[in-house]
Write a protein that binds this ligand. Structure first.
Ligand code: HEM
Length: 155
């Protein structure tokens, strides 16, 4: 984690429950309880990202952030999918392709304030719900993502 990143930044993934598991069962495989695994691995993360961008594309409530994105969302879908895989404790597809995420710097071209942060979060929370992500995991992810989304604000 670089000193430029706040807690909850993308390089600071949500704490896994692996530590607690390890205390109770020394032989447990920690990887089994990463958020990535609990979401269903790559197919689960991809489904969440696709739902997120489908909602952004269709719902008038998210038009404010939809218009910041390119006309086609295919590239955005891939990048968020690659990023979230690593952030959730899975394979580091994003870093392998692009290096350090530097997410705040990469968002500077887009005007992001409170309204945009809150639309992004509402869209993600709706996607988590529609993908039937277990409630405790969805709550923990939303809290961690809020830290990152708030850090993206640049106005
Ligand atoms: C706070 C509100 C946010 C807004 C309005 C926003 C908007 C955008 C826009 C317009 C792009 C460019 C899309 C493209 O290049 O196709 C982008 C890229 C991206 N966003 Fe966000 N974003 C927000 C928050 C977040 C958060 C919280 C995350 C991660 C958890 C995230 C992850 C990414 C990633 C990985 C990229 C691709 C960066 C690149 O490689 O160029 N964004 N975002």
């Amino acid at each position: 984690m670089s000193s430029a990143d706040p807690p909850g930044s993308p390089s600071d993934p949500p704490a896994s429950s692996a530590d607690a598991t390890r205390e109770r069962a020394p032989d447990a495989v920690p990887e089994a309880s990463t958020p990535f695994v609990r979401l269903g691995g790559e197919p689960g993360v991809r489904a969440l990202v696709d739902r997120f961008y489908d909602l952004m594309d269709l719902e008038p409530a998210y038009a404010g952030i939809r218009r910041l994105h390119p006309s086609t969302l295919e590239g955005s879908r891939d990048k968020l999918f690659w990023f979230l895989c690593g952030w959730l404790g899975g394979p580091s597809h994003y870093v392998d392709r692009f290096g350090h995420p530097r997410l705040r710097a990469r968002h500077l071209p887009y005007a992001i304030g409170i309204a945009e942060r809150d639309q992004w979060m509402a869209c993600m929370i709706e996607a988590l719900r529609e993908e039937a992500v277990e409630a405790s995991l969805a709550k923990r992810l939303a809290e961690a993502l809020f830290g990152t989304a708030d850090w993206m604000r640049n106005r």
